[in-house]
Design a protein around this ligand. Sequence first.
Ligand code: ZN
Ligand code: FE
Ligand code: FE
Ligand code: ZN
Length: 271
Amino acid sequence: MLNRLADYHMHTVRCGHAAGTMEEYVEAAIARGLGEIGFSEHVPMYWLPEEQRDPTAAMSMAELEEYVSDVVRIRERYPEIPIRLGLEADFIPGHEEALARLLERYPWDYVIGSVHFLGDWNFDHPGLVHRYAEWDIGELYDRFFALERMAAESGLFDILAHIDLIKKFGHRPGKDLSEAYAALAETIARSGAAVELSTAGLRKPVGEPYPAPALLQACCDRGVPLVISSDAHAPGEVGWGFEQARELALRTGFTHTLRFEGRRRRAEPLE
Ligand code: ZN
Ligand code: FE
Ligand code: FE
Ligand code: ZN
């Protein structure tokens, strides 16, 4: 049993690259002993014209309406577990206003901020891995971390997802990252956002959680609050690897994780 932890990062079939009904995610969470969950579907690709939006990357605007009402409805059906309304929203520089306007329209419990794009390149898409060959990997990491710092500074997000996602396929820069880690952790601490310790990286070629232990430590040292997430794209992934993640969080020095409701937070002891 997962000690009543919360898992706030779960997708559904609506994004076009996940499996399972919402009921199956909720029932998996209850079976595993999670204490609270939240759905966080990928935001519609608000920064692109409608006809350029990829239905296998995110839900459409019409689906967003249905998604919100389905989360509200499923809450009533499962009184045994609190079910929060979240969203995973891409940070795209220059489109902060459009995102802020979209967020205003619904009663989110929390908003997760993610960097999945460098320009038009969806760098975490398995079908686009060949484009890493166009880059000096050290330079690529610098560009990614700059965007991640901007995402924190935007103030749009309660939680930052997979803050070193650029490592997903195992591309490593031939340089020390401690300065980049310190700068990112410092920026996040100032922004007030929480970071996600995500077990999804353990299921990917890189084979380590997001963020790397040294980056997680840099965040902990600066007082950045934590959530533990699975980034489930199938019911079997809900709460996946959470025992290991909790051990890592405790070893790093975290004592609490955050719970969210109506974009307000409270700290819950980790043990
Ligand atoms: Zn996804
Ligand atoms: Fe993501
Ligand atoms: Fe996600
Ligand atoms: Zn994600």
